[in-house]
Design a protein around this ligand. Structure first.
Ligand code: KG4
Ligand code: ZN
Length: 416
């Protein structure tokens, strides 16, 4: 079967087409297309995502992205018939009425193409920004009606959990042996920080989560305090890496961590480790997290030690990444030990963080060399529709969806 997936929960408009074939003990997948139109440039200008702006951008980009995905999958066939189905188009107009100009653009597009060979549509229904989610849902409903195929509602976080299934190249398979259970998932994104235990395939139990800010959100907010552009994760990570390399070379050259004037004449901070930030909740007995205090600690540090210089910005970036990583690794380690997890999966935008990946890889090895650790490829760490297609496929196997899409709603706070 071929699934067309739609993702629009935050600032990326994603359309993917995935083919799934049953093979011995499992499924073989072929990626036909995975297109992402990111709104990062626009949100960078404003320093974060504004839901109504994200909605407007999804509305503008979703049909061109769909067009590109169908074209890449060789599923785009021109419709030469001049006949117009007036009744259908009236219904489509109604479905898309809330989405600015999307209705007229989508109807025009659908008129020009033949029904593609797609068997179902998977769409993210939550969690995420509701105005943004609605664009994807309304589009899915319109396509489902026009092409007479069912819709599979998908939880965005399930997409992140399953994203490490994808290997390099166009094909990947899932068999009963792909993951050994129990599986522990560390989900780290702009909206979530969760430890999820899977004792069985697709059975989720959230054993820990953040009590305030999500880790990606903390990266973004701290970056903003440091005058770095949105999204903050990659920027902080880049500066932290540079800072680490610099302190290491200083250390080897002088045999000490080095001591430098980082705030101008007469105001010495003793050495490279002078920026000290807390590791919130690192030793609590539960698996919960808290990042809002860490963010406030950065704010106070800047207030008391500013003005910010390039050097100070890099040092804060490094210490912040150290603090976040230490907390995430320590809590994951505790959860692995207590649950006896045999597989660890990391998913969500922050899983693109190289330092976290290194630290977690080392830690897991010290617990037990047999534990398998899976990260998604860099492009699948952040939001995309391919992971939604995968989750959609497995949901479809569990429960055949209907073509009645009237009940589909955006669920901003949907949980696993
Ligand atoms: O999963 P995602 O694309 O969107 C949500 O579902 O939230 O995650 C986006 C988040 C942003 O907060 C971004 O700053 C963070 O992921 N991020 C990173 C890195 N790349 C993206 N955080 C740390 N290091 C990175 N390399
Ligand atoms: Zn996400």
């Amino acid at each position: 079967m071929k699934i067309l997936a739609i993702e629009s929960s935050a600032d990326d408009t994603g359309i993917a087409i995935l083919e799934a074939k049953k093979v011995k003990n499992g499924t073989e997948f072929t990626i036909c297309a995975n297109k992402v139109h990111t709104q990062i440039d626009i949100h960078t200008e404003y320093g974060g995502i504004f839901p109504m702006m994200a909605k407007r951008e999804h509305g503008k980009n979703i049909i061109p992205t769909l067009h590109a995905a169908l074209k890449e999958s060789k599923l785009l066939q021109k419709n030469t018939s001049k006949k117009v189905d007036v009744v259908l188009e009236k219904k489509l107009e109604k479905i898309l009425a809330r989405e600015n100009n999307l209705g007229s653009v989508a109807i025009e597009f659908l008129r020009t193409i033949k029904k593609p060979k797609i068997d179902a549509i998977a769409v993210t229904v939550g969690p995420g920004l509701e105005p943004a989610l609605w664009v994807g849902i309304s589009t899915a409903r319109a396509l489902s009606l026009a092409w007479d195929i069912p819709i599979i509602p998908v939880n965005h976080m399930e997409g992140h959990v399953l994203s490490p299934l994808v290997q390099k190249g166009k094909k990947f398979t899932y068999t009963q042996n792909t993951f050994e259970f129990p599986v522990l998932s560390l989900l780290v994104s702009g909206g979530h920080t969760e430890l999820v235990l899977m004792k069985d395939w697709m059975k989720y139990n959230i054993i820990g989560s953040t009590r305030d800010d999500a880790v990606g959100e903390a990266f973004d907010k701290v970056a903003r305090m440091l005058g770095l552009p949105y999204p903050g994760g990659p920027e902080i990570s880049r500066l932290a890496h540079q800072e680490r390399e610099k302190s290491e070379s200083n250390f080897t050259r002088s045999g000490r961590t080095g001591s430098e004037d980082i705030r101008g004449p007469g105001k010495l901070l003793s050495d490279f480790s002078s920026v000290k930030l807390p590791r919130p909740m690192i030793h609590t007995k539960d698996y919960d997290f808290s990042f809002s205090g860490l963010k406030t600690a950065v704010l106070y540090f800047i207030r008391d030690n500013g003005p910010l210089t390039e050097k100070l910005i890099s040092q804060i970036a490094k210490e912040f990444e150290d603090a976040v990583t230490e907390v995430l690794v320590t809590k994951t380690e505790k959860a692995v030990k207590n649950t006896g997890a045999k597989t660890v999966i990391v998913g969500g935008g922050v899983s693109a963080n190289t330092f976290l990946k290194q630290a977690l890889t080392e830690k897991i090895k010290t617990i037990n060399k047999k534990i398998k650790l899976h990260f998604p490829t860099k492009t699948l760490s952040t939001d995309n529709a391919l992971m939604i297609a995968i989750a959609g496929y497995f949901q479809y196997q569990k429960k055949k969806p209907t073509k009645n899409s009237k009940k589909l709603v955006a669920q901003g706070n949907l949980t696993l």
